[in-house]
Design a protein around this ligand. Sequence first.
Ligand code: FES
Length: 409
Amino acid sequence: MSDSIYFVVFPYLAVILAVGVGLYRYFINRFSYSSMSSQFLENRALFWGSVPWHYGIVLILLSHLFATVIPRFWASLHSDPTRMLIIELVGGILGFLTLLGIVIVVLRRIFSPKVAVVTTVMDWILLADLLLQVAAGLYIAFFYRWGSLWYEYTAAPWIASLASLTPHSDYIIPLPWIVRFHMVNGFVVIGLFPFTRLVHIFTVPISYLWRPYQVVMWYRSQTAGTGGAFMEQGGRAGGTGEPGEISRRSFFLKVIIGTLTSIGGLILAIPYLRAIFRSSPPTASAWSEVTDIDSLPVGQPVDLKFEMVSQDAYIHGATVRTVWVIKHSADNLTVFSPICPHLGCYYTWDAQAKLFECPCHGSVYTITGKVIAGPAPRPLDTLPYKIENGKLFVQWERFKVAIPEKVRV
Ligand code: FES
């Protein structure tokens, strides 16, 4: 299946689902937002699981958000190696805290019979998915270190492109599979949002971070009915007491939310189907004009921006790209992709050392692209070029990172 489905279509579907069904649930069955009191009957393991989980996950999510929304500020934090080390260390500790929390929460639901009996299938699906997500995040932090830095060059622009409705998945397609899984699974969690107890986040329950858990005394009257019956009664208590009015209001809300969600779904359906049924493999991108050959200095790498028109699923539009160009003579050039083959950061040219240097993990390349230091698994990637009427044309391509072979994605 096309990468566009995973990295473009699916994220939008997940958000539409989260907003559409989340609103529906909020207006139609608001009282299902809270956990039944019997969930709190066991509160010792709950404390040791819930507190580290919430402190860890809230801060980790905030750091992801900051790096995406204010990348310049985030980048300035990393400009000092000591600060970057501290950020990575704190991130690692929070990651372990989060993992510890979710493991305790899962074990509590397995081993506490009172809690296990009120755990739904969706609870198990959600917990399993969150566990996977946290474990994948920690694995990435450990084995692909300085993620807080390369996130800025990969995930952040991808998410920003989704948010600005100009999706560009090629920022992340070359990344290792575990990183891509982590990103897509983040949207799986968003999609699960309205079907699980995660909706409680909408109520911004910040006070849970400092207030002690309630002690719940279990008293079940023979005639009181089930928790489901309680929720039903609670839902009605929120209205005016007129059953006819409630059902009319519910009906119109259902129609409005259903219509909005359907329109959103329809807008995405066409490119989605087109991406699924696209029979031919992606073709090489067209030639893009970059600059006049005469304007280039000889023997000196220069980074040049150019505009290219791309078409992938429903992504159609002009994108600004960068390439490094070294002119050896009027008809002999080297054109490098600006992307470090290690994990996809953008490297720079050190004019004094006469070396290309990647800030993320310290890979260093000669002017010919050869690796002389750092973890990069292969030389810099060259791009096809041609010269016509004194102008340089380049064919933009992306290659998989973190592998020794140069493989186009
Ligand atoms: Fe790791 Fe460049 S991305 S050295």
